[in-house]
Design a protein around this ligand. Structure first.
Ligand code: SF4
Length: 342
């Protein structure tokens, strides 16, 4: 596929002097002819914004949906999980930096050409209940995700994003009719951390999270707890308070253990006690479902009824050891458990 044939980008508008303004993510890049946006995978070609990563997949795997993590969405099912190269963030602690940062380090944006029709047929053939757009940032391979999600929806297959939540409200509105669930990383609650460590901003993430819940998409939030970056009681309280107050107490919060990576390879892993402190802070904020991540065997991996504390879904890592939910309700006290169960 040469440059003229590349998939035209969605959500941009022409600007003066042959430039274009991309409206896909919170950076809202103004891009001169021949230049690319901050993500390096959307380029202005003669006044037309094109996606350089359309149908160029760098990862295709079949994962349990629990790995996203999505714990209240079709538990125990498989999800065809796909990624194209690139990201609009530059997190120093990225765990997938080889593929997320490749375009930024001058590597060619390439990959396996798999058209949306083939992805959907593959998901059906492999018995996957959903397709997840994950590992890198689905926002910046939006066109591939959008085209695939529309076809998947028509075949009764769900669609999930695992995202940094930097989509504009227009992007949320565009994908909402086809997007069933999303896990958003809320990486900090300090704008200076977003600016320094992620090379982004906090405000658009909070706006996006509110737009996603208002659109009726099933939302779960993950915070990778990094020692010294976001692990103070005050910041964890701010995150938990925002989720409970602005998104709702039924939104699950995953607090995940950090292992040194990318530009922070020597950093210490998050102490388990810190995760337990975060779980406690989440409970005090009124959240009903708080999970610890990257700690296999921890009791906080399982779902308990928020009313009678009965064990409902027992997990170990990404596997389900037992699921006692009956029609989305606690079998002991009958309480409704929020989620998309069927
Ligand atoms: S997706 Fe975001 S980073 Fe990429 S060109 Fe558009 S506004 Fe810029």
């Amino acid at each position: 596929m040469d440059m003229q044939e590349k998939r035209e980008a969605m959500l941009y508008e022409p600007a003066e002097g042959g430039k274009v303004r991309c409206r896909l993510c919170g950076h809202e890049c103004l891009i001169a002819p021949g230049a690319s946006g901050i993500c390096k995978v959307r380029r202005n070609v003669d006044g037309r914004l094109v996606s350089l990563s359309y149908d160029a997949l760098v990862a295709v795997h079949i994962d349990p949906i629990e790995k996203k993590p999505l714990f209240h969405f079709l538990p125990g099912t498989l999800s065809l999980s796909v990624a194209a190269a690139g990201c609009n963030f530059q997190c120093a602690f990225c765990q997938n930096w080889q593929i997320s940062q490749a375009p930024r380090t001058g590597q060619v944006v390439g990959g396996q050409r798999v058209p949306p029709e083939e992805l959907v047929a593959g998901a059906a053939r492999q018995g996957c209940a959903s397709i997840s757009y994950t590992y890198t940032e689905p926002t910046i391979f939006f066109e591939l995700a959008y085209d695939t999600a529309r076809l998947a929806r028509a075949k009764g297959i769900g669609n999930c994003f695992v995202s940094n939540g930097f989509m504009t409200p227009q992007a949320v509105e565009t994908i909402a009719p086809y997007l069933d669930a999303i896990n958003v990383d809320l990486k900090a609650f300090r704008d200076e951390t977003y600016r320094e460590v992620m090379k982004a901003r906090l405000g658009p993430v909070l706006t996006c999270l509110k737009a996603l819940t208002a659109a009726g998409i099933w939302v779960e939030v993950t915070t990778l707890v990094v020692p010294g970056m976001n692990d103070s009681d005050a910041e964890l309280r701010d995150i938990a308070g925002f989720i409970a107050g602005q998104l709702g107490p039924d939104v699950p919060w995953h607090v995940s253990r950090f292992h040194g990576d990318y530009k922070m390879p020597g950093s210490a892993a998050t102490p388990i006690a810190t995760l337990h402190r975060a779980v406690q802070i989440g409970r005090e904020a009124g959240l009903r479902y708080i999970y610890s991540g990257n700690v296999p065997g921890d009791d906080n991996e399982s779902t308990r009824c928020p009313h009678c504390r009965a064990m409902l879904i027992r997990r170990r890592g990404f596997s389900i050891a037992a699921n006692r939910l009956a029609g989305g309700k606690c079998p002991d006290c009958g309480a409704e458990i929020a989620g998309r169960w069927e």
